[in-house]
Design a protein around this ligand. Sequence first.
Ligand code: ADP
Length: 354
Amino acid sequence: RKYKREMNLRKKCHNELVRLKGNIRVLCRVRPICQEEAEAEGKSVVSFDSDDDAVLYLSNKGKLMAFDMDKVFPPQATQAEVFQEVQSLVTSCMDGYNVCIFAYGQTGSGKTYTMEGIPENPGINQRALRLLFSEVSEKMPDWHYTITVSMVEIYNETLRNLLGDNPSEKLDIKMCPDGSGQLYVPGLTEFTVESVEDINKVFELGHMNRATACTNLNEHSSRSHALLIVNVAGFNSSTGHRTSGKLNLVDLAGSERISKSGAEGSRLREAQCINKSLSALGDVINALRSRHSHVPFRNSRLTYLLQDSLSGESKTLMLVQVSPLDSNIIESVCSLKFAQRVRTVELGTASSSR
Ligand code: ADP
């Protein structure tokens, strides 16, 4: 029975991967209106189609705009339902794929809720590691896996090693000297995790280090990108077969246009840096879409770091987060338009500039 279950699961994953191959899947999640917003009589401008869970409508100045996604999660969708949609992607890193899941949207749209979640209701990061542990134990004793995690923050185009002893030390991205085209970050701390307790410790340390060296954590995290990098190396003791995959889970900085008027000094630099890496991500997406021979991965730390998960045989999924409020409609339209462009990207056919 166990064999049959495994075969069915494999078949399901395989079909899913064939469907995903080469394309960026885009899921949209609309967060609920919170109590304060309801008390302030914030109005929702989003609506859904009960027969089609892949379309979202926005009512913009009396005009109804439709956005096609791979799937739309309404405000009542649970963390478990969202995770169910991404879990086959998560486990594909055990078969040696590079996977990237990134949350995009304006500050306050629910990116951190989706990726990190809250202690009583964890998000994708925690669920992904738990799932990997359970898959790893299912595959024993034939397969042995080593799972290591790193946490990186990109702030003002600077990489911080969130699990290191000295989180203010700046790190750089380098090309592996072995000619494999793989990138690595010298000095980046990697923790081997073997249990749920290990992950909790890692997340706690990452949070603590992220909070030190900044005065206002909320503001700081909305202006920086947080990456959880999970390396999964497998070894089959009877066949000698090895696999090596990577899962990047990314909570991006807020996508809102920061008003440049009035911003000076460090604030202006911050605004330029956030815009730089998000617009660099947009440029990479555009180059991949139009199959340019040159894809400008190196124009920002973010795109450079994600290069091997945004090209070739990698699997990428974007979660576009949307606030339902009419006061956020301009940003929602921008995010959803970007998401529509991302949906038409084919990674498999792209050649990357190295
Ligand atoms: P962002 O990371 O995009 O700035 P957050 O994840 O911090 O946004 O979300 C803003 C607020 O909305 C938080 O208080 C968060 O707990 C709440 N929130 C976001 N999404 C949901 C959801 N799906 N269900 C319940 N609360 C949510």
